[in-house]
Design a protein around this ligand. Structure first.
Ligand code: ASP
Ligand code: MG
Length: 432
């Protein structure tokens, strides 16, 4: 902490602090910006401190990337970050102006100005430190800081971005640094959906809105393809115990609270289903299962910067076959890396299948219930959907299916666990 500021006493420690984050759609045009500003003012009028985090307007980030691609097919990561970061700078200035128009004093800040330090990994930087002095100072002056999401400054003073969807992470990191939970505050994520659903309602129309979900479940769903929250934001929330409240930016609905697991949450076996489309499966078949073979293979894959999904190995005698799934976009790179490994081991064959999807169900209640896997497999089986691969963890079960079966498979899994009724049961306090 820096030396005591003369302004310190103005910050009333009994007031709650809310970090309010508005996504790209929510600040997509001047009318929406005005509505966001009204939301901020309403929180403040209740007697709370507010810190605002915003994303770039609408599809600005995509448009900036397209623009770069029209200049060169190999933009450097540094320049791309410099370019992408401008999107959020437009929105903070406009949101601050909209607040001032409502009579709320506001100060727009870049991520760096707001105290966000990251590592130096352009395009996917991690937040390493949040210095809260500047935010405290603005709050003490009675002003609302409006902070650029998705960006920070490395310790070398380089501008960085946190990866697509990274504004959520900015918001939760600031909420953690400001200890919002201590005085009854929260991190409010305002978006164009009214909360976290048991599945993406565009895929499963019967999906229901959850009143609450644990960090662990939300993280798993986010990693398995649910697009509500940036996984790193959920991790931050879990680590620092930040209550995260996902709400609709244009409607007053209650939304979904992401929080620590409570004992009654364990009563529900499954809280959500997710679908990850466009996966490819890479198989190295009949290779000698020598010690170190797996290390060599996945080191080569990691060096090529490829994110591996699930890994399955089968062994027969001295030989083994290894399969793993990757996103379609990684297939070209993975083919090169895997071929080089095959050349080194001297025998075996490489097979690449495309057009797969992964359907998963998630719930911390799985830890204490039996029969979850069999229920999922049976439901898919009765629908005539072949399962190509199965992976499980303590709180999830995933099946790889053909892409054309993906949408039906998630609807079937959703039905099998009665998720169409979970939202109402949670709201009525009868879930489980
Ligand atoms: N504007 C950035 C993106 O589109 C960050 C965000 O929206 O969270 O990915
Ligand atoms: Mg977003």
């Amino acid at each position: 902490m820096a030396e005591a500021s003369p302004l310190e006493p103005c910050r009333d420690a009994t007031m709650a602090t809310f970090v309010q984050k508005f996504g790209g759609t929510s600040v997509g045009d001047p009318t929406r910006i005005a509505r966001c500003a009204a939301r901020v003012k309403a929180r403040r009028d209740e007697g709370h401190h507010v810190v605002v985090v915003v994303s770039a307007m609408g599809h600005t980030t995509d448009e900036l990337i397209e623009l770069a691609e029209r200049v060169t097919d190999k933009p450097s990561r540094r320049e791309l970050d410099m370019l992408m970061a401008t999107g959020e700078q437009v929105s903070v200035a406009l949101v601050a102006m909209a607040l001032e128009r409502l009579g709320v004093p506001a100060t727009s800040l870049t991520g760096g100005q707001a105290g966000i330090t990251t590592d130096g990994a352009y395009g996917r930087a991690r937040v390493t430190r949040v210095a809260r002095e500047r935010l405290d100072r603005e709050i003490a002056l009675g002003r609302v800081p409006v902070v650029c999401g998705f960006q920070g400054l490395s310790s070398d003073g380089e501008l960085t971005t946190l990866g697509r969807g990274g504004s959520d992470t900015t918001a939760v990191a600031l909420a953690a640094a400001l200890h919002v939970a201590e005085h009854g505050g929260a991190c409010e994520i305002f978006t164009d959906v009214d909360g976290v659903y048991t599945a993406d309602p565009r895929l499963v129309p019967k999906a229901t809105k959850l009143a609450r979900i644990s960090y662990e479940e939300m993280l798993e769903l986010a990693l398995l393809g649910a697009q509500v929250m940036h996984p790193r934001a959920v991790l931050f929330g879990e680590r620092y115990g930040v209550p995260i409240h996902v709400r609709h930016s244009q409607r007053p609905d209650e939304g979904t609270l992401i929080c620590r697991e409570t004992p009654d949450m364990e009563d529900v076996m499954v809280v959500g289903a997710a679908l990850k489309p466009d996966l490819g499966r890479v198989s190295l078949r009949r290779i000698p299962n020598n010690p170190g073979m797996q290390g060599m293979l996945f080191e080569a894959v990691a060096k090529a910067g490829i994110l591996v999904d699930d890994i399955v190995q089968t062994e027969f005698g001295e030989m083994a076959s290894i399969s793993f799934t990757v996103d379609h976009s990684e297939l070209a790179d993975v083919k090169i890396a895997a071929s080089q490994v095959l050349d080194r081991v001297g025998t075996g064959e490489l097979a690449i299948e495309i057009g797969l999807s992964k359907v998963s169900v998630v719930g911390t209640g799985m830890k204490s219930h039996v029969g979850v896997a069999s229920r999922m497999f049976k439901a898919l089986g009765e629908a005539g959907i072949p399962i190509h691969n199965i992976t499980t963890s303590e709180i999830k079960i995933s099946c790889i299916v053909n892409k054309e079966h993906g949408a039906r498979a998630i609807a079937i899994a959703h039905d099998a666990f009665g998720l169409d009724k979970l939202g109402a049961a949670q709201a009525a306090g009868t879930a489980g």
